[in-house]
Design a protein around this ligand. Structure first.
Ligand code: SF4
Length: 273
């Protein structure tokens, strides 16, 4: 079932990958480095934002958080027998990049920021389907005005298509509007930290309208119908690089058994995503 923004975006990115992960519960063949690295940077940034209310962490303390998160990820990858593919990178190169990124982040964040909370659980019912998730950061800007922030680490600047069409701001703005009881002002911003040699920190404010919400409802309905009807075509493209199921996906039908659709909106065995 489509139960979160992550699942929705996973289905839209590649339905076959969605099926491997959420329907078949197939073991991952590898742990993507961008995911591990992004999570470790994210953890360090979250810790910094939380520390603003007391004593802001210095860069070495932020690096401690990064090291801890990377160490945990390596252990988890070993436990899952899904090794991290470091490709050309060495852990030392990555650590040095992480430090440069975190320094840029520290400089770009106003230390007087009033962070309400990080990693806030949200729930939003759209077209009868309940979506859960976590909002990265909620900032109180005073006078009943709030800003939602979603942190991204990226190899390059965010594409205009993501800024214009990503469903995440639509979901989070609506969930926060309901959660906060309709505040006077509510904004959504991406904070993008680039993994370039000289990292950049960009704040990109995006707006969404009632029309975007209507489109979201339609997209969720369509994706849910696809899941229920077992429609999981491959979507070959950039998403195949580093895919955790690339080996399984190679054979003509993967290794999955052909799906038997037993009726409209039903799947044999009752499995759902
Ligand atoms: S390898 Fe590509 S097409 Fe196959 S599941 Fe992964 S992302 Fe989808």
């Amino acid at each position: 079932m489509i139960t979160s923004y992550s699942r929705l975006s996973a289905y839209l990115r590649c339905p076959r990958q969605y099926s491997f992960r959420y329907i078949e519960d197939a073991p991952a063949e590898c742990t993507p480095l961008p995911l591990v690295f992004g999570t470790a940077i994210h953890d360090a940034c979250d810790s910094y934002l939380e520390s603003l209310a007391y004593l802001p962490l210095d860069i070495d303390e932020m690096m401690d958080r990064y090291d801890e998160a990377m160490g945990d990820a390596v252990k988890l990858a070993e436990f899952n027998e899904a090794p991290i593919d470091f490709e050309e990178e060495t852990p030392q190169d990555l650590r040095s990049l992480a430090r440069r990124m975190l320094e840029v982040f520290r400089k770009g964040v106003d230390p007087n920021l009033k962070v309400v909370q990080t990693e806030i659980p949200i729930e939003l019912t759209v077209g009868g389907i309940v979506l859960g998730g976590y909002m990265d950061i909620l900032i109180d800007e005073g006078k009943d005005c709030y800003r939602i922030v979603d942190m991204k680490t990226s190899a390059k600047a965010m594409s205009q298509d993501t800024i214009d069409y990503d469903h995440q701001p639509t979901i989070y703005l609506e969930a926060a509007r309901r959660m906060l009881g309709g505040p006077k002002s509510l904004k959504f911003e991406y904070w993008v930290l680039t993994k370039t040699k000289e990292p950049k920190f960009m704040k990109i404010e995006v707006a969404r309208t009632a029309r975007d919400f209507a489109e979201l409802e339609e997209t969720i309905r369509d994706a849910q119908a696809g899941v229920e009807a077992c429609v999981f075509p491959r979507n070959r493209g950039w998403q195949c690089r580093g895919c955790q199921y690339a080996g399984k996906c190679k054979s003509p039908c993967g290794t999955r058994k052909p799906t038997q659709v037993v009726g409209a909106g039903m799947r044999e065995g009752g499995a759902s995503g």
